[in-house]
Write a protein that binds this ligand. Structure first.
Ligand code: C5P
Length: 206
């Protein structure tokens, strides 16, 4: 079996990256890293009064298991620390060594196909309209008991898109050789089928 097989899945918040990444990992037996958690863990430390660069440099794998990383407040804090070049640089090695795991790895984020793993065997860019993504995130947050409105979530999604796409360091964008999957009008099954067949085409020939 090939020891170094990486699937890079990038795209904006709530486009379906997480669902697709988990399904691809389960289907092919790959390890999965949600790289947004690294930035969320740093963002959470900053909300707790810490320094962003220090937090990134001292980040431990157990920090990703904190159960308070999925809130809207932490998401915004994450996208603010993610513009800092030193924060991004401190998180590179962890992500690249994860990608080199024997047996294959799926990493999802914003810059995996462009910066972290430019040689990934499969690159997907999963996107959807801001309105569709806001609605999905609204249902997810209210389902977990967060009090918010659709308007507020849409404004948050747009603010985060804007920061993620327009930062100088590793801006969110599809890699030139990425397959874009727009999930706005796709069912989960259709999106998964597209992603799995793209991986399958490379994995069976690897
Ligand atoms: O994917 P998630 O919504 O958890 O990401 C939180 C934030 O972390 C994003 O809005 C983005 O600013 C940042 N991020 C990043 N690069 C990655 C993953 C996440 O800049 N590879």
């Amino acid at each position: 079996m090939t020891t170094d097989f990486t699937v890079a899945i990038d795209g904006p918040a709530a486009a379906g990256k997480g669902t697709i990444s988990k399904a691809v990992a389960a289907k092919f037996g790959f390890a999965h890293l949600d790289t947004g958690l690294l930035y969320r863990a740093v963002g959470a430390r900053v909300l707790g009064g810490g320094n962003a660069i220090e937090a990134a440099k001292t980040l431990q794998p157990e920090d990703l298991d904190r159960d308070d990383l999925r809130t809207a407040e932490v998401a915004q804090a994450a996208s603010k620390v993610a513009v800092i070049a030193e924060v991004r640089a401190a998180l590179v090695d962890f992500q690249r060594s994860f990608a080199r795991r024997a047996g294959g790895a799926v990493l999802d984020g914003r810059d995996i196909g462009t910066v972290i793993c430019p040689k990934a065997q499969v690159k997907l860019y999963v996107t959807a309209s801001a309105e569709v993504r806001a609605k999905r995130r609204f249902l997810e947050l209210t389902g977990k008991g967060e009090v918010t409105s659709l308007e507020e979530v849409l404004a948050d999604v747009k603010a985060r898109d804007d920061r993620d796409m327009n930062r100088a360091e590793a801006p969110m964008k599809p890699a030139d050789d990425a397959l874009t999957i727009d999930t706005s009008d796709l069912s989960i099954e259709q999106a998964l089928e597209t992603a799995i067949s793209a991986v399958n085409a490379r994995w069976t020939s690897a």
